[in-house]
Design a protein around this ligand. Structure first.
Ligand SMILES: Cc1ncc(COP(=O)(O)O)c(C=O)c1O
Length: 456
């Protein structure tokens, strides 16, 4: 595709104007009010009037116009690890969370197979009414041991863990204060709880204190929620400072360790181990099994009062099937390997540091990333990020663009997940290919003006 002109980041206004041009071209009308049909014959449901539907279409139209394949829903034809197979080609993979390379570990696979032989695939019921298997409690004990808490409870979904827990323990009179970059599952939990909500600037503990100081007349409970490692940015919060504020302002503290377990600390026990802090100072540890532990589902670790209350009341636990026994079993084995083989954690940490330093040296912006498993390369332009990801795949590197509306347009990026299984050659050739793709793009950028010309 030949297109000259200056590359330019899309501002929100420019983006809106391009979208409206796309809509004109496609002759799409704005959202109509849905009327109750008076026809005898029932009309077919029209989901295209849903809010956000046209934005979704617009993204597809963008991709068509710039003649690249949609980067989302790429199919992997093999187990995705440091390498994977896409479209019949072996490529270096930076789009999977298997941080410690446990997804293909023979002992983890055997644990799943043994559980299938013993219990079958499904728990076949909610745990509260017939779905309980011994492996569920074994897993909960292992999670509680990691954090030194009284107990833990596991859910079938990491996302549902946050939604159901926050939705259940917080009430409309309460206040939830969270980091501005907090994960969607926490935001959905807040919505469900009906609690008041305030966010502080990302990782800005002074700003958190300002919010706390303004709440001294409040009667309800205050919950502060942060992540162990931020999933889009790869940085982490200053836990010691937050704990000092907790002493002063007496709030509940919840840490989502989805991307921190297996990644931070000498043995992968997460943020508390990283800071060498007693984990019992945090009230609610949350995490997922889908990242480091190569399974799926989520956990809450804390006091027995908390875990008992969740088990008897959180809707995503009570009204949802128990975790499939093969997953519970394989996650147990993955935890054992993580703890027995800290060299995996050390390899991951060394790879992350090496990558972030080398990428910076090559002239790219890695944002706030500390080089622990998640490394964004800031592009600042959704179209450019998408084109670069497409060029990289063509050149043997699978990495996904994170674009508007998942992040603001100026924060569009390529997000690299690093694993203990990546070799130096993987990391170096990814950077070389990224440099090449960037150069090619700069020689032939897709400017807003050119895009608009194409659209009209
Ligand atoms: C910070 C964070 N919390 C929760 C979740 C939800 O976890 P899961 O994908 O295991 O449902 C994610 C998922 O990516 C996450 O990044």
């Amino acid at each position: 595709m030949k297109m000259g002109g200056q590359s330019k980041n899309l501002t929100e206004e420019q983006r809106k104007s391009v979208i409206s041009k796309v809509r004109q071209r496609r002759n799409q009308s704005p959202r109509r009010k849905v009327k109750v049909s008076t026809h005898k014959e029932q009309k077919k449901a029209d989901f295209s009037e849903l809010p956000g539907f046209k934005d979704m279409q617009t993204q597809k139209v963008f991709a068509d116009f710039i003649e690249i394949e949609n980067p989302f829903f790429r199919t992997h034809e093999s187990r995705a690890s440091a390498e994977t197979t896409i479209g019949g080609n072996t490529v270096i993979n930076f789009a999977s969370y298997d941080y410690l390379g446990l997804n293909g570990h023979p002992a983890v696979q055997i644990a799943a197979k043994e559980a299938i032989d013993r219990y079958g695939i499904s728990a076949s019921a909610s745990r509260i009414v017939g779905g309980e298997r011994p492996i569920h409690r074994t897993l909960e004990n292992k999670v509680a041991e990691i954090y030194g808490t009284e107990d833990a409870v596991v859910f079938v979904s990491g996302h549902a863990t946050n939604v159901s827990t926050i939705g259940q323990i917080m009430q409309p009179d309460d206040l939830i204060i969270h980091d501005a970059f907090i994960h969607n599952s926490i935001l959905m939990g807040i919505k469900l709880s009906g609690a008041n909500q305030k966010s502080f600037r990302h990782n800005d503990i002074d700003n958190l204190e300002l919010l706390l100081a303004s709440q001294t007349d409040r009667t309800g409970q205050v919950l502060v929620v942060v992540e162990g490692i931020y999933s889009m940015d790869g940085d982490y919060p200053d836990l010691p400072r937050i704990l000092a504020l907790k002493k002063k302002y007496n709030f509940w503290l919840m840490v989502d360790e989805a991307h921190a377990l297996g990644v931070l600390g000498k043995t992968g026990k997460g943020l508390a181990e990283h800071f060498e802090i007693d984990p019992s100072l945090v009230d609610i540890w949350m995490g997922t099994f889908s990242k480091t532990l190569a399974g799926c589902g989520g956990y809450i670790a804390g006091s027995r009062d908390l875990t008992d209350y969740i088990k008897f009341s959180a809707s995503g636990f009570v009204y949802s099937v128990g975790m499939p026994p093969p997953i519970a079993s394989s996650v147990c084995r993955a935890i054992e390997i993580m703890l027995d083989q800290p060299d995996r954690v050390q390899r991951l940490q060394a790879n992350g540091k090496y990558f972030v330093d080398a990428v910076k040296k090559a002239g790219f912006d890695t944002g706030a990333s500390e080089g622990y498993a998640v490394v964004p390369i800031m592009i600042g332009d959704s179209i450019k990020a998408t084109v670069l990801a497409s060029k990289l795949l063509g050149n043997g590197v699978n990495v996904l663009p994170i674009i508007y509306p998942a992040v603001s347009e100026s924060a569009a990026r390529l997000r690299f997940f690093i694993s203990s299984e990546h070799t130096k050659e993987h990391l170096e050739s990814a950077i070389e290919r990224l440099q090449l793709a960037s150069q090619l793009y700069e020689e032939n950028p897709i400017s807003v003006e050119n895009l608009a010309k194409l659209l009209l």
